[in-house]
Design a protein around this ligand. Structure first.
Ligand SMILES: *[C@@H]1O[C@H](CO)[C@@H](O)[C@H](O)[C@H]1NC(C)=O
Ligand SMILES: *[C@@H]1O[C@H](CO)[C@@H](O)[C@H](O)[C@H]1NC(C)=O
Ligand SMILES: *[C@@H]1O[C@H](CO)[C@@H](O)[C@H](O)[C@H]1NC(C)=O
Ligand SMILES: *[C@@H]1O[C@H](CO)[C@@H](O)[C@H](O)[C@H]1NC(C)=O
Ligand SMILES: *[C@@H]1O[C@H](CO)[C@@H](O)[C@H](O)[C@H]1NC(C)=O
Ligand SMILES: *[C@@H]1O[C@H](CO)[C@@H](O)[C@H](O)[C@H]1NC(C)=O
Ligand SMILES: *[C@@H]1O[C@H](CO)[C@@H](O)[C@H](O)[C@H]1NC(C)=O
Ligand SMILES: *[C@@H]1O[C@H](CO)[C@@H](O)[C@H](O)[C@H]1NC(C)=O
Ligand SMILES: [Cu+2]
Length: 574
C-alpha cells in the first residue's frame, strides 16, 4: 500500500504531528487492504541433493519457491515470466478465485499454458481465505519443484483464534528424484504403460535430511526458545504419497487445515495428503535438547511400490549443540499401511464455528452426485505398449471416464461458446452400479472430456466413492474454486439410506482437499455460488496424470456481482 498523505514539510518537526502521523498510519493499516505485486520468473537452476547435481525448474531460482505473505482482504498481482523450456501454469491452491477462474491455473481447464518466453499475470483476491494455503505449478509434473507457501494472516488488527505464537515456521514437504529429469517422468511412464518412477527421498523445506550423508549438513533446523509456542505451517507438496509426520517427544496441537481453522485438538502424529496444508502449534515444553522431526509414507494400496524412505528436520532448543548426537531419536510413526492411524487422525477434524468463522453447511440439497474413483488398467495399442500389471497399461477414472485434456482450455471454450471442445454429459452417478469395494472388479474405462454443469446457487452433495478396481487407495480429492464441508465418511459402499443419518451437520470441517479412505467414501457439501470452470482431481500426481479428474461448470448468477469477470487481455492462447 502506498500512503499518499499530503503533509507539508513545515510541520513535520513537532512531536504532535509525528504522533498524529503515526495515528493516521495506524488507522490506515487497519482499514486498508493492500495490493501486493510480485514477479515470479520460472527458470532452470542446478541443485544438489543426495550427492546428485541436476537442473530443476524453480521460481526466482529458489527451491522451494518464495513464500507469499498477505492479510485477509488483500489482493495479489503475480506476473509469471516463463524463462524455462517447458509450458507452465501456476495454481493458487486454496484461494477461491471468486468470479475469476481466469487466474486459477490448471492447464487446458482454465487457461492455455504460458509458453517458454511468454508471461501471464495472475490476480488473487483474498476474501475468505485465512491460514496456510500454497501455490504450485499445474502443468505436467512441474509441481514437483515449482511450489511455495502462501500465508494469509487474519485481517489487519484481528487476532488468531489461538494464543499468538512466538514465531511461525513453514514446513514444506516435498519429493525428490535422483539423477532424473522430473519433467520426463510422466512421458516415460506413458510410453511404457507402467507406473511412473518412484522417488528417492521425501524432503522438508527442500532437504532429505539428517539420515542422508549428502543432506545432513543442510538439514532444516527449527530453533526454539524453551517455553514458547510456534506455529508450524505444514504443506504437502509431495507428488505421490500421503505421509505420516511427527516430532519426537512433542505433542502437536492442530488448529487449521487448507487455510481454514479447526477446533483445536492434540495429536502425536499427523497424516497429511498431497495438496493439504495443516497448521499446528508446537509448544517447546520438553527438556532442552535436539529432537527429530520426521515424515514417511502412508501407503494403503496392496502390492503398490512406493518410496519407503524417511525425511527429517531437527528441532533444536536454543543453545543445545548437535554433537550430542546420541540424543537424536526418531519419533514414532505408524506403519506404512496403517489406515486405522490415518482415520483416527482425520476423524478429529471439526469446524471452529466461531462468530468470525461461522459454519454454513447446506442443509437443503438439490443436486446429488456420486463419483466413483478408480485406478484402472487398459489394453494396449500399437503405439502404446503395455508394461503395467497383467500386461496392461495404467489409467484412472471418475465414474468410468478417464479425463483427456482438450486442445484449448474448457473455460475459454465455454466463455466463447466454442463447440466440440467438451461434452456436458459427465455421468452424475456411476454408469453401472456394482460392489465398488468388492473383489476382482473389471478394469477397463473410457476416455473423454466431459463436464457437469451446475446452476448458480445449486446446493450440492458430492459423495466420493473409493473403489477396489485394481487396488484401493486413499485418494486426496481437491476441488478448485471452492471449499466444502466434509459431512461424512466411512468404509465400504456408501449407503444412501443409512449413511446420511450419521452426518455431522453441526460442525463438519471445511476443507479444500479431502482424503477419501481406501475402500471407503466421503460426502462433501457446497453451494455452487462461484461461477466458472473448476477442476476436481486427485492430488496424487500419477492418478491425475492417468485421468482421475472431473470438471464442474458453474453458471453465472442473475446479477452483475454474480457473474464471471471478463478474460484478461494477456490470457495465453494455445
Ligand atoms: C526416460 O527414458 C529415457 C530413455 O529410456 C531414459 O534415458 C531416462 O532416464 C528416463 N527418464 C526418467 C525420468 O525416467
Ligand atoms: C523422549 O521420550 C523418550 C521416551 O519416552 C525418553 O526416553 C527420552 O528421554 C525423551 N527425550 C528427552 C530428550 O527428553
Ligand atoms: C500391512 O503390512 C503388514 C506387513 O507387511 C502386513 O502383515 C499387513 O497385513 C498389512 N496390513 C494391511 C491392512 O494391508
Ligand atoms: C482387452 O484385452 C482382452 C484380452 O486380450 C480382451 O478379452 C478384451 O476384449 C480387450 N478389451 C478391449 C476393450 O479391447
Ligand atoms: C462387496 O464386496 C466385499 C468384499 O468382497 C464384501 O465384503 C461385501 O459384502 C460386498 N458388498 C455387497 C453389498 O455385496
Ligand atoms: C467402463 O467403460 C468400459 C468401456 O466402455 C466398459 O467396458 C466397462 O464395463 C465400464 N465399467 C463400468 C464399471 O462402468
Ligand atoms: C443464492 O443463495 C443465497 C443464500 O441462500 C441467497 O442470498 C441469494 O439470493 C441466492 N441468489 C440467487 C440468484 O438465487
Ligand atoms: C505448449 O503449449 C502449446 C499451446 O497449447 C502447445 O501447442 C504445445 O504443444 C505445448 N508444448 C508442449 C511441449 O507440451
Ligand atoms: Cu488418487
Amino acid at each position: 500500500m502506498e500512503l499518499k498523505l499530503n503533509i507539508s514539510n513545515t510541520i513535520v518537526n513537532t512531536l504532535e504531528t509525528i504522533v498524529f502521523f503515526l495515528f493516521v498510519l495506524h488507522t490506515f493499516q487497519i482499514a486498508e487492504a493492500k495490493i501486493h505485486h510480485h514477479t515470479f520468473t520460472i527458470k532452470s537452476k542446478a541443485y544438489t541433493r543426495l550427492c546428485d547435481t541436476k537442473n530443476i525448474l524453480t521460481v526466482n531460482g529458489e527451491y522451494p519457491g518464495p513464500a507469499l505473505k498477505a492479510y485477509r482482504g488483500d489482493k495479489l498481482v503475480v506476473n509469471v515470466v516463463n524463462n524455462a523450456n517447458y509450458n507452465i501454469t501456476l495454481h493458487w491452491h486454496g484461494a477461491r478465485q471468486i468470479m475469476n477462474p481466469w487466474s486459477d491455473g490448471p492447464e487446458y481447464v482454465t487457461q492455455c499454458p504460458i509458453r517458454p518466453g511468454e508471461s501471464y499475470v495472475y490476480r488473487i483476491d483474498l476474501t475468505v481465505e485465512e491460514g496456510t494455503i500454497w501455490w504450485h505449478a499445474h502443468s505436467q509434473w512441474a509441481r514437483a519443484t515449482i511450489h511455495g507457501a502462501f500465508i494469509v494472516y487474519p485481517k489487519r488488527g484481528s487476532p488468531y483464534p489461538f494464543p499468538k505464537p512466538h514465531h511461525e515456521i513453514p514446513l514444506i514437504l516435498g519429493e525428490w528424484w535422483n539423477k532424473k529429469n522430473i519433467m520426463d517422468i510422466p512421458g516415460n511412464a506413458s510410453k511404457s504403460g507402467s507406473e511412473p518412477a518412484i522417488s528417492d527421498a521425501y524432503t522438508i523445506n527442500g532437504q532429505p535430511g539428517y539420515l542422508y550423508p549428502c543432506s545432513k549438513p543442510d538439514t532444516f533446523t527449527i530453533t526454539v526458545v524453551p517455553g514458547r509456542r510456534y506455529l508450524l505451517r505444514i504443506i504437502s507438496a509431495v507428488m505421490d504419497e500421503e505421509l505420516f509426520f511427527a516430532i519426537a517427544n512433542h505433542t502437536l496441537t492442530v488448529v487449521g487445515k487448507d487455510g481454514l481453522y479447526l477446533k483445536h485438538f492434540k495429536s502425536n502424529y499427523l497424516m497429511i495428503t498431497p495438496g493439504q496444508s495443516i497448521d499446528v502449534l508446537l509448544h517447546a515444553n520438553q527438556r532442552s535438547s535436539n529432537y527429530f522431526v520426521a515424515a514417511r509414507a502412508y501407503s494403503s494400496p496392496f502390492g503398490a511400490g512406493f518410496d519407503k524412505t524417511t525425511t527429517t528436520a531437527i528441532l533444536q532448543y536454543n543453545g543445545v549443540s548437535l554433537n550430542r548426537r546420541n540424543q537424536l531419536v526418531l519419533p514414532y510413526l505408524p506403519p506404512y499401511n496403517r489406515t486405522e492411524a490415518s482415520t483416527r487422525f482425520t476423524n478429529q477434524f471439526r469446524s471452529l464455528g466461531s462468530s468470525n468463522h461461522p459454519v454454513k453447511v447446506p442443509v437443503k440439497i438439490d443436486t446429488r452426485l456420486l463419483y466413483a474413483i478408480s485406478v484402472n488398467l487398459m489394453n494396449c495399442s500399437d503405439d502404446k505398449p503395455c508394461n503395467g500389471p497383467f500386461g496392461k497399461r495404467f489409467s484412472s477414472s471418475v465414474n468410468n471416464i478417464s479425463f483427456v485434456n482438450p486442445s484449448i482450455d474448457i473455460l475459454r471454450a465455454y466463455y466463447r461458446r466454442t463447440r466440440g471442445v467438451f461434452q456436458e454429459d459427465f455421468p452424475r452417478n456411476p454408469p453401472k452400479e456394482f460392489n465398488y469395494t468388492g473383489e476382482n472388479l473389471p478394469f477397463p474405462t473410457r476416455f473423454g472430456t466431459k463436464v457437469v454443469v451446475l446452476d448458480y446457487n445449486s446446493s450440492v452433495e458430492l459423495v466420493l466413492q473409493g473403489t477396489n478396481v485394481l487396488a484401493s487407495d486413499n485418494h486426496p480429492i481437491h476441488l478448485h474454486g471452492y471449499s466444502f464441508y466434509v459431512v461424512g465418511s466411512g468404509f465400504g459402499n456408501f449407503d444412501r439410506r443409512k449413511d446420511p443419518l450419521k452426518y455431522n451437520l453441526v460442525d463438519p470441517p471445511e476443507e479444500t482437499t479431502v482424503g477419501v479412505p481406501p475402500n471407503g467414501w466421503t460426502a462433501v457439501r457446497f453451494v455452487a455460488n462461484n461461477p466458472g470452470v473448476w477442476l476436481l482431481h486427485c492430488h496424487i500426481e500419477r492418478h491425475a496424470t492417468w485421468g482421475m479428474n472431473a470438471v464442474f461448470i458453474v453458471k453465472d448468477g442473475p446479477t452483475k456481482s454474480s457473474r464471471m469477470v471478463k478474460p484478461p487481455r494477456d490470457l495465453p492462447s494455445c
